[in-house]
Design a protein. Sequence first.
Length: 340
Amino acid sequence: MYAQAADWWGWDFEAAWTPDESGLVFGVAGDNATFGYFSDISNLVIDQRGYNYFLKQEAKTFLKENDPRLLLKTTVEGIEYNKKGVKVTTKDGGCIEASYAICTFSLGVLQKDVVEFKPKLPHWKQSAIDQFAMGTYTKIFMQFNESFWDTDAQYQLYADPIERGRYPLFQPLNGKGFLEGSNIIFATVTGEQAYQVERQTDEETEAQVVEVLQSMYPDKKVHKPTAFSYPRWSTEPWAYGSYSNWPVGMTLEKHQNIRANVQRLWFAGEACSTEFFGFVHGGYTEGREIGHRIGRIINGEAGDDEFDMERYEVLHGTTHKDEYNDENGWLFPYDVDGDN
């Protein structure tokens, strides 16, 4: 059971999927790219302004307060596209027409077919979307009257004697430099356990977590938490999951088919990122790349066809080294063989 806990810590904790369900080459390359390009430190965001603060500040550079161009709490139901433009219809009866559009739905939404595309997305694209993996990564937050755990330990790993990945990790938030005095701790579950938790009631999950904590601290009396909350990413209609993962058998060519545009409808988001899938900066780099491409078209630097992204209606099997290039989304000079 200790080996299983270590296995979860070494892979699932980042990928939200098991090693058996994940592509090794791209899984390792993606992890190395993130921690190699930026920093080997994994920071926990505790900014009381919220994680979206930086996004709001970026938006202020081109959006006014209550700008009518930004439609919040608006559900897209249909997207019609052709060589002349894109028309988007919303649940409230709205209609938006544009020369170009960038689709940034999560992979989970695209897999659920909750948005009607006219015409339907071509097979080469839809099959790639369906094969890529959408994970569920759930944090369960609890607040107690007092801290019965070791506040100096940032990570507290639990090895369940029966089930791999059952409430395997707890992280206190009242350690030095965090939310001192808060008596808050949170658990993390992924994969099948996350799906199960997100379909239980809060009361069922709370009872299970308290039972695990009691087994971890047998000399303490673990009472019910005074506050208890967790998200349900896999059931949210605007997400249907937390973030993507590179599955076994997914080639670079097939992933490029997720990225590729169809006429004047373009795609971006973390699942489109070859190197940073599953990370916020993956969504950022893909959005920037596609925005620049469309900008060059609008500015007359080239026609639509000249800036069309690479696509593979016929796949060629195993990914070869010369395919790691800009056209296939390999935007940074990272060598998967470890030479750089």
